[in-house]
Design a protein around this ligand. Structure first.
Ligand SMILES: Nc1nc2c(ncn2[C@@H]2O[C@H](COP(=O)(O)OP(=O)(O)OP(=O)(O)O)[C@@H](O)[C@H]2O)c(=O)[nH]1
Ligand SMILES: [Mg+2]
Length: 439
Protein backbone atom coordinates (compact mmCIF):
# COMPACT_ATOMS: atom_id res chain seq x y z
CA UNK A 1 0.00 0.00 0.00
CA UNK A 2 1.58 3.20 -1.11
CA UNK A 3 1.65 5.57 1.77
CA UNK A 4 2.14 8.81 -0.01
CA UNK A 5 2.27 9.71 -3.60
CA UNK A 6 2.62 12.90 -5.48
CA UNK A 7 1.49 13.77 -8.97
CA UNK A 8 1.66 16.98 -10.96
CA UNK A 9 -1.16 17.75 -13.35
CA UNK A 10 -2.16 20.54 -15.72
CA UNK A 11 -5.74 21.67 -15.86
CA UNK A 12 -7.36 23.92 -18.42
CA UNK A 13 -10.94 24.95 -17.75
CA UNK A 14 -13.22 25.72 -20.70
CA UNK A 15 -13.39 29.20 -22.19
CA UNK A 16 -16.65 31.09 -22.19
CA UNK A 17 -18.36 31.33 -25.59
CA UNK A 18 -18.54 34.74 -27.28
CA UNK A 19 -21.80 36.59 -27.45
CA UNK A 20 -23.24 37.00 -30.94
CA UNK A 21 -23.48 40.19 -32.97
CA UNK A 22 -26.47 39.68 -35.19
CA UNK A 23 -29.54 41.45 -36.57
CA UNK A 24 -32.84 39.94 -37.32
CA UNK A 25 -33.33 39.35 -41.01
CA UNK A 26 -36.74 38.76 -42.52
CA UNK A 27 -38.18 39.39 -45.91
CA UNK A 28 -40.38 42.33 -45.03
CA UNK A 29 -38.36 43.85 -42.20
CA UNK A 30 -35.10 45.06 -43.73
CA UNK A 31 -34.09 46.88 -40.56
CA UNK A 32 -34.42 44.07 -38.05
CA UNK A 33 -33.53 44.51 -34.40
CA UNK A 34 -30.44 43.04 -32.74
CA UNK A 35 -30.89 39.34 -32.01
CA UNK A 36 -27.42 38.07 -31.01
CA UNK A 37 -27.62 35.43 -28.25
CA UNK A 38 -25.29 34.88 -25.30
CA UNK A 39 -22.29 32.57 -25.29
CA UNK A 40 -22.30 29.56 -22.97
CA UNK A 41 -20.18 29.17 -19.82
CA UNK A 42 -16.93 27.23 -20.01
CA UNK A 43 -16.80 23.96 -18.11
CA UNK A 44 -14.93 23.89 -14.80
CA UNK A 45 -12.54 21.25 -13.52
CA UNK A 46 -13.12 19.75 -10.12
CA UNK A 47 -11.66 17.15 -7.86
CA UNK A 48 -13.91 14.59 -6.22
CA UNK A 49 -12.81 12.41 -3.30
CA UNK A 50 -13.57 8.71 -3.64
CA UNK A 51 -13.18 5.98 -1.08
CA UNK A 52 -11.36 2.70 -1.36
CA UNK A 53 -8.49 3.75 -3.63
CA UNK A 54 -4.98 4.40 -2.39
CA UNK A 55 -3.09 5.47 -5.51
CA UNK A 56 -3.31 8.73 -7.40
CA UNK A 57 -1.51 7.22 -10.34
CA UNK A 58 -3.97 4.38 -10.77
CA UNK A 59 -6.97 6.63 -10.52
CA UNK A 60 -5.83 9.46 -12.76
CA UNK A 61 -3.86 7.72 -15.46
CA UNK A 62 -2.94 10.97 -17.21
CA UNK A 63 -1.45 14.39 -16.58
CA UNK A 64 -3.49 16.85 -18.59
CA UNK A 65 -7.15 17.64 -18.16
CA UNK A 66 -9.42 19.96 -20.09
CA UNK A 67 -13.01 20.99 -19.69
CA UNK A 68 -15.24 21.83 -22.62
CA UNK A 69 -15.56 25.37 -23.93
CA UNK A 70 -18.87 27.19 -23.94
CA UNK A 71 -20.45 27.49 -27.40
CA UNK A 72 -20.86 30.81 -29.22
CA UNK A 73 -24.12 32.60 -29.08
CA UNK A 74 -25.97 32.83 -32.38
CA UNK A 75 -28.56 34.94 -34.13
CA UNK A 76 -32.27 34.60 -33.36
CA UNK A 77 -31.29 34.92 -29.70
CA UNK A 78 -29.88 31.42 -29.65
CA UNK A 79 -27.77 30.93 -26.54
CA UNK A 80 -24.58 28.85 -26.82
CA UNK A 81 -24.60 25.74 -24.67
CA UNK A 82 -22.46 25.57 -21.54
CA UNK A 83 -19.27 23.50 -21.62
CA UNK A 84 -19.39 20.25 -19.64
CA UNK A 85 -17.44 20.15 -16.40
CA UNK A 86 -14.60 17.68 -15.98
CA UNK A 87 -14.55 15.76 -12.72
CA UNK A 88 -11.29 14.15 -11.64
CA UNK A 89 -11.63 11.40 -9.05
CA UNK A 90 -8.88 11.34 -6.42
CA UNK A 91 -8.50 9.24 -3.29
CA UNK A 92 -9.77 10.59 0.02
CA UNK A 93 -6.78 12.24 1.69
CA UNK A 94 -5.63 14.13 -1.40
CA UNK A 95 -4.44 17.70 -1.04
CA UNK A 96 -4.09 19.91 -4.13
CA UNK A 97 -1.57 22.74 -4.22
CA UNK A 98 -1.21 25.49 -6.81
CA UNK A 99 2.31 24.97 -8.16
CA UNK A 100 2.82 28.68 -8.81
CA UNK A 101 1.76 30.01 -5.43
CA UNK A 102 2.18 26.93 -3.25
CA UNK A 103 -1.24 27.61 -1.76
CA UNK A 104 -3.71 24.88 -0.84
CA UNK A 105 -6.43 24.71 -3.48
CA UNK A 106 -8.31 21.74 -2.09
CA UNK A 107 -7.98 19.40 0.85
CA UNK A 108 -10.28 16.45 0.36
CA UNK A 109 -10.66 14.49 3.53
CA UNK A 110 -14.24 13.28 3.28
CA UNK A 111 -15.57 10.87 0.66
CA UNK A 112 -17.76 12.61 -1.88
CA UNK A 113 -16.23 16.03 -1.24
CA UNK A 114 -15.96 18.10 -4.43
CA UNK A 115 -13.85 21.21 -5.05
CA UNK A 116 -13.39 23.34 -8.16
CA UNK A 117 -9.70 23.69 -9.01
CA UNK A 118 -10.02 25.56 -12.32
CA UNK A 119 -12.99 27.77 -13.04
CA UNK A 120 -14.60 27.91 -16.47
CA UNK A 121 -14.86 31.25 -18.28
CA UNK A 122 -18.02 33.34 -18.42
CA UNK A 123 -20.06 33.49 -21.58
CA UNK A 124 -20.23 36.82 -23.43
CA UNK A 125 -23.52 38.64 -23.82
CA UNK A 126 -25.06 38.98 -27.25
CA UNK A 127 -25.70 42.36 -28.83
CA UNK A 128 -29.43 42.12 -28.09
CA UNK A 129 -28.53 42.82 -24.43
CA UNK A 130 -27.05 46.20 -25.21
CA UNK A 131 -30.02 47.63 -27.05
CA UNK A 132 -31.73 50.62 -25.47
CA UNK A 133 -33.96 53.47 -26.58
CA UNK A 134 -30.91 55.53 -27.51
CA UNK A 135 -28.92 52.60 -28.87
CA UNK A 136 -31.28 50.60 -31.00
CA UNK A 137 -28.72 48.83 -33.14
CA UNK A 138 -25.67 47.95 -31.02
CA UNK A 139 -22.94 46.77 -33.35
CA UNK A 140 -20.98 45.05 -30.61
CA UNK A 141 -21.16 41.96 -28.45
CA UNK A 142 -19.19 40.72 -25.49
CA UNK A 143 -16.43 38.12 -25.73
CA UNK A 144 -16.37 35.17 -23.40
CA UNK A 145 -13.62 35.07 -20.77
CA UNK A 146 -10.84 32.53 -20.67
CA UNK A 147 -11.06 29.45 -18.52
CA UNK A 148 -8.53 29.17 -15.70
CA UNK A 149 -5.29 27.33 -16.46
CA UNK A 150 -3.34 25.88 -13.58
CA UNK A 151 -0.56 23.54 -12.69
CA UNK A 152 -1.49 21.56 -9.64
CA UNK A 153 0.47 19.28 -7.35
CA UNK A 154 -1.62 16.50 -5.87
CA UNK A 155 -0.38 14.93 -2.70
CA UNK A 156 -2.00 11.90 -1.22
CA UNK A 157 -1.45 11.31 2.43
CA UNK A 158 -3.41 8.29 3.40
CA UNK A 159 -5.30 9.21 6.47
CA UNK A 160 -4.58 6.52 9.00
CA UNK A 161 -6.85 6.65 12.02
CA UNK A 162 -4.23 5.61 14.55
CA UNK A 163 -0.44 6.00 14.55
CA UNK A 164 2.15 3.97 16.45
CA UNK A 165 5.18 5.86 17.73
CA UNK A 166 8.04 4.55 19.78
CA UNK A 167 11.73 3.84 20.08
CA UNK A 168 13.29 1.29 17.73
CA UNK A 169 12.71 -2.28 18.91
CA UNK A 170 9.81 -1.31 21.21
CA UNK A 171 7.50 -3.68 19.37
CA UNK A 172 5.49 -1.36 17.10
CA UNK A 173 5.55 -3.70 14.13
CA UNK A 174 4.78 -6.62 16.40
CA UNK A 175 1.69 -4.76 17.61
CA UNK A 176 0.62 -3.92 14.08
CA UNK A 177 0.96 -7.55 13.10
CA UNK A 178 -0.90 -8.82 16.16
CA UNK A 179 -3.77 -6.35 15.80
CA UNK A 180 -4.25 -6.04 12.06
CA UNK A 181 -4.18 -7.81 8.74
CA UNK A 182 -0.74 -6.38 7.95
CA UNK A 183 2.39 -8.50 7.88
CA UNK A 184 5.33 -6.20 8.67
CA UNK A 185 8.93 -7.30 9.16
CA UNK A 186 9.81 -7.88 12.80
CA UNK A 187 13.34 -8.39 14.11
CA UNK A 188 15.40 -8.12 17.27
CA UNK A 189 17.40 -5.16 16.06
CA UNK A 190 16.60 -1.46 15.81
CA UNK A 191 15.36 0.21 12.62
CA UNK A 192 13.76 -2.90 11.19
CA UNK A 193 10.97 -0.79 9.79
CA UNK A 194 12.29 1.62 7.16
CA UNK A 195 9.09 2.96 5.68
CA UNK A 196 5.55 3.35 6.97
CA UNK A 197 3.11 0.47 6.83
CA UNK A 198 -0.65 0.49 7.21
CA UNK A 199 -2.95 -2.19 8.56
CA UNK A 200 -6.68 -2.46 9.12
CA UNK A 201 -7.96 -3.42 12.58
CA UNK A 202 -11.44 -4.93 12.65
CA UNK A 203 -13.88 -5.31 15.47
CA UNK A 204 -16.11 -7.93 13.91
CA UNK A 205 -18.54 -8.10 16.83
CA UNK A 206 -19.48 -4.48 16.53
CA UNK A 207 -18.76 -3.95 12.85
CA UNK A 208 -16.24 -1.16 13.24
CA UNK A 209 -12.64 -0.73 12.15
CA UNK A 210 -9.71 1.62 12.18
CA UNK A 211 -6.52 1.85 10.14
CA UNK A 212 -3.25 1.64 12.03
CA UNK A 213 0.04 3.11 10.80
CA UNK A 214 3.43 1.80 11.84
CA UNK A 215 6.37 4.12 11.20
CA UNK A 216 10.12 3.76 11.72
CA UNK A 217 11.39 4.12 15.27
CA UNK A 218 12.21 7.53 16.74
CA UNK A 219 15.08 8.22 19.10
CA UNK A 220 16.15 11.17 21.19
CA UNK A 221 17.77 13.71 18.87
CA UNK A 222 15.67 12.62 15.88
CA UNK A 223 14.71 16.27 15.36
CA UNK A 224 18.42 16.92 14.74
CA UNK A 225 18.53 14.08 12.26
CA UNK A 226 19.58 11.23 14.55
CA UNK A 227 18.43 7.74 13.63
CA UNK A 228 16.06 7.93 10.70
CA UNK A 229 15.02 11.42 11.72
CA UNK A 230 11.48 12.69 11.96
CA UNK A 231 10.61 12.67 8.28
CA UNK A 232 8.12 9.87 8.81
CA UNK A 233 6.11 11.80 11.34
CA UNK A 234 4.45 13.49 8.39
CA UNK A 235 2.60 10.25 7.80
CA UNK A 236 0.99 10.25 11.20
CA UNK A 237 0.39 14.00 11.31
CA UNK A 238 -3.24 13.42 10.42
CA UNK A 239 -4.04 10.48 12.62
CA UNK A 240 -6.78 10.94 15.16
CA UNK A 241 -5.04 9.01 17.91
CA UNK A 242 -1.43 8.21 18.78
CA UNK A 243 -0.27 5.10 20.59
CA UNK A 244 3.09 5.47 22.31
CA UNK A 245 4.63 2.00 22.29
CA UNK A 246 7.08 1.65 25.20
CA UNK A 247 9.30 -1.30 26.09
CA UNK A 248 8.80 -2.09 29.79
CA UNK A 249 12.33 -3.54 30.04
CA UNK A 250 13.89 -0.25 28.99
CA UNK A 251 13.23 3.05 30.74
CA UNK A 252 9.64 3.74 29.63
CA UNK A 253 9.16 6.96 31.62
CA UNK A 254 12.27 8.55 30.23
CA UNK A 255 11.45 7.29 26.72
CA UNK A 256 7.96 8.76 26.78
CA UNK A 257 9.36 12.17 27.73
CA UNK A 258 11.96 11.98 24.97
CA UNK A 259 9.40 10.88 22.36
CA UNK A 260 7.05 13.70 23.23
CA UNK A 261 9.91 16.21 23.07
CA UNK A 262 10.81 15.00 19.57
CA UNK A 263 7.19 15.17 18.41
CA UNK A 264 6.90 18.66 19.83
CA UNK A 265 10.03 19.74 17.96
CA UNK A 266 8.50 18.48 14.72
CA UNK A 267 4.98 19.83 15.16
CA UNK A 268 3.59 20.89 18.54
CA UNK A 269 0.02 20.17 17.43
CA UNK A 270 0.89 16.46 17.36
CA UNK A 271 0.62 16.54 21.14
CA UNK A 272 -2.82 18.16 21.12
CA UNK A 273 -4.67 15.07 19.98
CA UNK A 274 -5.82 11.98 21.83
CA UNK A 275 -3.10 9.51 22.82
CA UNK A 276 -2.46 6.51 25.03
CA UNK A 277 0.43 4.33 26.08
CA UNK A 278 0.89 0.67 25.17
CA UNK A 279 3.37 -0.63 27.75
CA UNK A 280 4.76 -3.58 25.81
CA UNK A 281 6.71 -6.78 26.56
CA UNK A 282 5.16 -7.30 30.00
CA UNK A 283 5.79 -11.04 29.52
CA UNK A 284 9.46 -10.29 30.21
CA UNK A 285 9.09 -8.73 33.69
CA UNK A 286 7.42 -9.36 37.06
CA UNK A 287 3.88 -8.10 37.43
CA UNK A 288 5.02 -5.76 40.24
CA UNK A 289 7.58 -4.10 38.03
CA UNK A 290 5.08 -3.67 35.22
CA UNK A 291 2.58 -2.16 37.67
CA UNK A 292 5.19 0.27 38.96
CA UNK A 293 5.94 1.42 35.42
CA UNK A 294 2.23 1.75 34.68
CA UNK A 295 1.69 3.94 37.76
CA UNK A 296 4.58 6.21 36.90
CA UNK A 297 3.37 6.59 33.32
CA UNK A 298 -0.21 7.21 34.41
CA UNK A 299 0.97 10.09 36.53
CA UNK A 300 2.18 11.72 33.31
CA UNK A 301 -1.46 12.08 32.32
CA UNK A 302 -2.05 9.41 29.69
CA UNK A 303 -4.15 6.24 29.79
CA UNK A 304 -1.81 3.21 30.02
CA UNK A 305 -2.47 -0.36 28.83
CA UNK A 306 -0.11 -3.20 29.78
CA UNK A 307 0.30 -5.52 26.79
CA UNK A 308 2.50 -8.10 25.19
CA UNK A 309 2.51 -8.06 21.43
CA UNK A 310 4.69 -11.17 21.44
CA UNK A 311 2.50 -13.25 23.77
CA UNK A 312 -0.79 -11.64 22.72
CA UNK A 313 -1.62 -10.42 26.22
CA UNK A 314 -4.33 -7.75 26.71
CA UNK A 315 -4.45 -6.97 23.01
CA UNK A 316 -8.21 -7.03 22.86
CA UNK A 317 -8.41 -4.60 25.77
CA UNK A 318 -5.98 -2.29 23.94
CA UNK A 319 -8.08 -2.52 20.80
CA UNK A 320 -11.27 -1.70 22.68
CA UNK A 321 -9.58 1.23 24.43
CA UNK A 322 -8.56 2.63 21.06
CA UNK A 323 -12.11 2.30 19.72
CA UNK A 324 -13.45 4.06 22.82
CA UNK A 325 -11.00 6.95 22.69
CA UNK A 326 -10.90 7.50 18.92
CA UNK A 327 -12.64 10.81 18.08
CA UNK A 328 -15.35 10.46 15.40
CA UNK A 329 -13.96 11.20 11.95
CA UNK A 330 -16.47 13.94 11.08
CA UNK A 331 -15.66 15.84 14.25
CA UNK A 332 -11.96 15.50 13.64
CA UNK A 333 -12.22 16.50 9.98
CA UNK A 334 -13.92 19.76 10.85
CA UNK A 335 -10.89 20.99 12.70
CA UNK A 336 -8.15 19.30 10.70
CA UNK A 337 -8.86 20.15 7.08
CA UNK A 338 -6.29 22.54 5.70
CA UNK A 339 -7.62 25.94 4.84
CA UNK A 340 -8.53 25.99 1.16
CA UNK A 341 -8.42 29.01 -1.09
CA UNK A 342 -11.73 30.79 -1.39
CA UNK A 343 -14.07 29.95 -4.29
CA UNK A 344 -14.73 33.60 -4.88
CA UNK A 345 -12.56 35.24 -7.50
CA UNK A 346 -11.44 38.43 -5.90
CA UNK A 347 -10.98 41.47 -8.10
CA UNK A 348 -7.85 43.56 -7.54
CA UNK A 349 -8.74 47.00 -6.09
CA UNK A 350 -8.57 50.07 -8.31
CA UNK A 351 -5.27 51.92 -8.33
CA UNK A 352 -4.34 54.96 -10.40
CA UNK A 353 -0.71 55.83 -11.12
CA UNK A 354 0.59 58.66 -13.19
CA UNK A 355 3.58 59.51 -15.38
CA UNK A 356 4.60 62.06 -18.01
CA UNK A 357 5.18 60.87 -21.56
CA UNK A 358 7.16 62.82 -24.14
CA UNK A 359 5.05 64.45 -26.87
CA UNK A 360 3.80 61.93 -29.33
CA UNK A 361 3.01 63.10 -32.84
CA UNK A 362 0.92 60.05 -33.54
CA UNK A 363 -1.58 61.20 -31.00
CA UNK A 364 -1.86 64.51 -32.85
CA UNK A 365 -0.70 66.70 -29.98
CA UNK A 366 0.14 69.89 -31.85
CA UNK A 367 1.62 71.92 -29.05
CA UNK A 368 4.36 69.39 -28.44
CA UNK A 369 4.27 69.48 -24.65
CA UNK A 370 4.69 66.32 -22.56
CA UNK A 371 1.52 64.35 -21.97
CA UNK A 372 0.15 63.35 -18.59
CA UNK A 373 -0.82 59.69 -18.51
CA UNK A 374 -3.06 58.11 -15.87
CA UNK A 375 -2.50 54.41 -15.49
CA UNK A 376 -5.60 52.58 -14.33
CA UNK A 377 -5.16 49.15 -12.81
CA UNK A 378 -7.58 46.82 -11.03
CA UNK A 379 -11.24 47.50 -10.48
CA UNK A 380 -12.09 45.11 -13.31
CA UNK A 381 -11.69 47.80 -15.99
CA UNK A 382 -9.10 46.04 -18.07
CA UNK A 383 -11.12 42.81 -18.10
CA UNK A 384 -14.17 44.74 -19.12
CA UNK A 385 -12.36 46.35 -22.06
CA UNK A 386 -10.91 43.02 -23.03
CA UNK A 387 -14.41 41.64 -23.37
CA UNK A 388 -15.25 44.22 -26.03
CA UNK A 389 -11.89 44.27 -27.76
CA UNK A 390 -13.37 42.94 -31.00
CA UNK A 391 -15.69 45.95 -31.33
CA UNK A 392 -13.99 48.55 -29.19
CA UNK A 393 -14.92 51.45 -31.43
CA UNK A 394 -18.59 50.51 -31.56
CA UNK A 395 -18.75 49.75 -27.86
CA UNK A 396 -16.95 52.90 -26.71
CA UNK A 397 -20.08 54.86 -25.84
CA UNK A 398 -21.52 51.91 -23.90
CA UNK A 399 -18.22 51.36 -22.08
CA UNK A 400 -18.00 55.04 -21.26
CA UNK A 401 -21.37 54.77 -19.51
CA UNK A 402 -20.30 51.66 -17.58
CA UNK A 403 -17.04 53.21 -16.47
CA UNK A 404 -18.84 56.31 -15.36
CA UNK A 405 -21.33 54.32 -13.29
CA UNK A 406 -18.44 52.43 -11.73
CA UNK A 407 -16.87 55.69 -10.66
CA UNK A 408 -13.79 55.68 -12.87
CA UNK A 409 -14.05 59.27 -14.09
CA UNK A 410 -14.83 60.53 -10.64
CA UNK A 411 -11.74 58.77 -9.28
CA UNK A 412 -9.62 60.21 -12.11
CA UNK A 413 -10.91 63.69 -11.46
CA UNK A 414 -10.13 63.32 -7.76
CA UNK A 415 -6.49 62.50 -8.43
CA UNK A 416 -6.25 65.52 -10.73
CA UNK A 417 -6.92 64.33 -14.28
CA UNK A 418 -7.54 67.16 -16.75
CA UNK A 419 -9.01 67.58 -20.18
CA UNK A 420 -6.65 66.16 -22.78
CA UNK A 421 -4.79 63.82 -20.42
CA UNK A 422 -4.38 60.21 -21.48
CA UNK A 423 -5.94 57.27 -19.68
CA UNK A 424 -4.11 54.00 -20.01
CA UNK A 425 -5.89 50.74 -19.23
CA UNK A 426 -3.78 47.70 -20.10
CA UNK A 427 -2.92 47.97 -23.79
CA UNK A 428 -5.65 50.57 -24.39
CA UNK A 429 -5.32 54.36 -24.37
CA UNK A 430 -8.03 57.01 -24.32
CA UNK A 431 -8.29 60.71 -24.07
CA UNK A 432 -9.83 62.04 -20.87
CA UNK A 433 -12.73 64.46 -21.24
CA UNK A 434 -13.64 66.60 -18.31
CA UNK A 435 -17.38 66.29 -18.06
CA UNK A 436 -19.20 68.27 -15.39
CA UNK A 437 -21.18 65.17 -14.46
CA UNK A 438 -18.06 63.37 -13.29
CA UNK A 439 -18.00 65.30 -10.04
N1 LIG B 1 9.21 -10.92 24.58
C1 LIG B 1 8.61 -10.03 23.78
N2 LIG B 1 9.27 -9.64 22.67
C2 LIG B 1 8.64 -8.75 21.89
C3 LIG B 1 7.35 -8.27 22.17
N3 LIG B 1 7.00 -7.39 21.19
C4 LIG B 1 8.04 -7.37 20.33
N4 LIG B 1 9.02 -8.16 20.71
C5 LIG B 1 10.34 -8.39 20.08
O1 LIG B 1 11.03 -7.15 20.02
C6 LIG B 1 11.80 -7.06 18.82
C7 LIG B 1 11.45 -5.80 18.08
O2 LIG B 1 10.12 -5.89 17.64
P1 LIG B 1 9.57 -5.03 16.42
O3 LIG B 1 8.10 -5.23 16.38
O4 LIG B 1 10.34 -5.28 15.20
O5 LIG B 1 9.91 -3.59 16.98
P2 LIG B 1 9.70 -2.17 16.27
O6 LIG B 1 9.26 -1.22 17.32
O7 LIG B 1 8.84 -2.31 15.09
O8 LIG B 1 11.18 -1.81 15.85
P3 LIG B 1 11.71 -0.87 14.65
O9 LIG B 1 10.96 -1.22 13.43
O10 LIG B 1 13.15 -1.19 14.54
O11 LIG B 1 11.49 0.53 15.11
C8 LIG B 1 11.50 -8.33 18.04
O12 LIG B 1 12.52 -9.27 18.29
C9 LIG B 1 10.18 -8.80 18.63
O13 LIG B 1 10.02 -10.19 18.53
C10 LIG B 1 6.71 -8.73 23.35
O14 LIG B 1 5.59 -8.33 23.70
N5 LIG B 1 7.39 -9.60 24.10
MG1 LIG C 1 9.20 -2.00 13.17
Amino acid sequence: MAFRDVLEIEVQAGHGGDGSMSFHRAKYTPKGGPDGGHGGKGGSIMLRAVEGVDSLERLLGRRKFKAENGAYGEGRLRQGSDGTDTVIDVPVGTTAFDLETGRVVADLITAGQVKVIARGGFGGRGNSTFASSTRQAPRFAELGTRGQYRRIRLELRLIADVGLVGYPNAGKSSLLKALSNANPAIAAYPFTTLSPILGVVDDLDRDRRFTLADIPGIIEGASEGKGLGLEFLRHISRTRLLVYVLDVTQNPVQELGALQAELRAYDPTLLDGVSLVALNKIDLVDADLAQLAEDELSSMGLPVMQVSAGEHLNLDALKQAIFELLPPYELWAQTHALEEESDVLREAPLTIDTRMDPPDKNRGVEEGGPVRVWIVQGGGFEDRLQRFSRHLEEASEYLGGVFKRQGLYKALKQVGAQEGDTIEIGPHRFEYFDDEDHG
